[in-house]
Design a protein around this ligand. Structure first.
Ligand code: CA
Ligand code: CA
Length: 116
């Protein structure tokens, strides 16, 4: 899904439906494109996923936050228009114990699932 389609989606839907619909489109789009962008980012920049994890864990407390994911998405060239929603989605899908943070085990597990 192209950014243009997201904009059209924004225009076509009323305010009530729009977040829901946008989220749905992003879910479909995420797996296709964003993960590919992240995959190439990881390949270009890091030799091991742990390196990536440590890099984005800016305060080195062993957890990634929503902001850390936003930084990652920024470097993966994800548009600022959808970065917040995608970061939220990534956080929710990576965070297995629901504490709102992603630790190394959760990160590693999510990466294994997506075959990055
Ligand atoms: Ca941290
Ligand atoms: Ca967690």
């Amino acid at each position: 899904m192209a950014e243009e389609e997201i904009r059209i989606c924004l225009l076509q839907n009323g305010k009530t439906n729009f977040i829901q619909s946008l989220k749905f489109k992003i879910l479909a789009w995420t797996k296709e494109k964003i993960l590919k962008n992240i995959e190439s980012l990881m390949r270009d920049k890091f030799t091991h996923p742990k390196e990536a994890f440590d890099f984005y864990d800016e305060d080195k407390d062993g957890f990634l936050t929503k902001n850390d994911f936003k930084n990652l998405l920024k470097q993966a060239n994800v548009s600022i228009l959808i970065r917040g929603l995608v970061a939220e989605f990534m956080l929710q899908s990576f965070d297995k114990n629901g504490d709102g943070l992603v630790d190394w085990d959760e990160f590693q597990g999510a990466i294994a699932e997506t075959e990055l």
